[in-house]
Ligand binder design. Structure first.
Ligand code: HEC
Ligand code: HEC
Length: 251
């Protein structure tokens, strides 16, 4: 390719500088980068050579960029995955490797939608969502890093917590869920795309803390959720909340 270009360059009587660029690359096409080509493209247009030749330069430049470009994108993707995984090491101590938490007050975060994870981390950062630990931790990460963590955990597979469930209470919980909560937490709150956390199979004590915080208004729920939760609590009391918890913590 560089040979073709050096001939092309000489034929056109372009500057000696261009000749040097091309002769330097002669016989070693692996050093032939698109930046040289775009530089050449500019010089050619500056010298007002014909449109046809400019077009030819652009076409060849684009085809070279396409092959280098694909490789570069693949390399960046591999690098990104490694970087994201390295960032997540700092979370593994509490949230378990791959985001599957072993402690009942610490939520499993594997499989959370990136939208939800980013939002909740930013809300921890600004103390909008109350926390015992995450407020402090989230402040150590830039928005870009939080996005990377979102991508990483989205790729991890959620595994239901290993915990006992009262199936009789869970039955009432299922009915209440359908009536009050299903609209935004579809399939027992197990759908990533709802961007509303993952409830199904989550640790019961963690969920209990959250519902308590929502009811106390320590954690701000979306308007409609707050209204429905209040209504449910008014009608069914603590028993209703317990029933929901049994339902959500079922695998
Ligand atoms: C020292 C223990 C600890 C470490 C380390 C930790 N977390 Fe947490 N995380 C918690 C606890 C506890 C909660 C519950 C909120 C609270 O009380 O802070 C939580 C909650 C979360 C939630 C909310 C989950 C939901 O369903 O709403 C996300 C997301 C999260 N952590 C992400 C991370 C990420 C990402 C890291 C690493 C950068 C991390 N955590 C490091 C303990 C930890
Ligand atoms: C209008 C939609 C909507 C309705 C209805 C709704 N929720 Fe939510 N829920 C959300 C959203 C959005 C979030 C995420 C809040 C945030 O970003 O802090 C959420 C978060 C939660 C969380 C915290 C999840 C976590 O991982 O920390 C729990 C628990 C929860 N909802 C329970 C319920 C229950 C119980 C009901 C029914 C009484 C209900 N929701 C009804 C939209 C809704």
């Amino acid at each position: 390719m560089s040979v073709i270009f050096s001939i092309f360059a000489k034929k056109e009587g372009n500057s000696r500088a261009i000749g040097r660029i091309f002769s330097r690359n002669r016989g070693n096409s692996s050093h032939f980068y698109p930046s040289y080509l775009s530089c050449k493209g500019l010089l050619i247009s500056h010298r007002k050579t014909t449109q046809l030749k400019i077009n030819l330069t652009i076409i060849i430049a684009l085809s070279l960029f396409a092959s280098h470009g694909v490789q570069a994108v693949e390399n960046i993707a591999t690098l990104d995955n490694a970087n994201n995984e390295a960032l997540a090491y700092n979370c593994a101590g509490c949230h378990g490797s791959n985001g599957i938490s072993a402690g009942p007050s610490i939520p499993t975060i594997a499989g959370l939608s990136p939208t939800y994870l980013v939002k909740i981390m930013e809300d921890f950062k600004s103390d909008k969502v109350p926390s015992t630990i995450m407020g402090r931790i989230s402040k150590g990460y830039t928005s870009k890093e939080i996005e990377q963590l979102g991508d990483y955990y989205y790729q991890q597979v959620f595994v239901s917590a290993d915990q006992s469930v009262n199936s009789k209470k869970a039955k009432l919980g299922e009915e209440l869920h359908k009536q009050y909560c299903e609209r935004c937490h579809s399939e027992a709150g197990g759908i990533q795309e709802d961007d509303a956390g993952l409830l199904k199979g989550q640790w019961k004590p963690y969920l209990k803390d959250q519902l308590q915080d929502f009811l106390n208004k320590d954690r701000k729920a979306p308007k409609k959720m707050a209204r429905r939760l209040k209504k449910l609590y008014k009608k069914y009391g603590y028993e209703g909340i317990q029933a929901l918890l049994e339902f959500y913590s079922s695998p």
